[in-house]
Design a protein. Structure first.
Length: 40
């Protein structure tokens, strides 16, 4: 589970235009975890 700081970091990366797969590569989080943030 992500804490608030991790969530905000992922959101900021997404808002900068990074793809979900690129965010997953850069952060080490699995792509489906990153993806579920933006579906919710």
């Amino acid at each position: 589970m992500l804490d608030l700081e991790e969530f905000l970091m992922l959101r900021d990366l997404f808002n900068e235009g990074l793809s979900i797969s690129e965010i997953a590569r850069r952060t080490g989080h699995l792509a489906f975890i990153v993806c579920t943030i933006y579906i919710a």
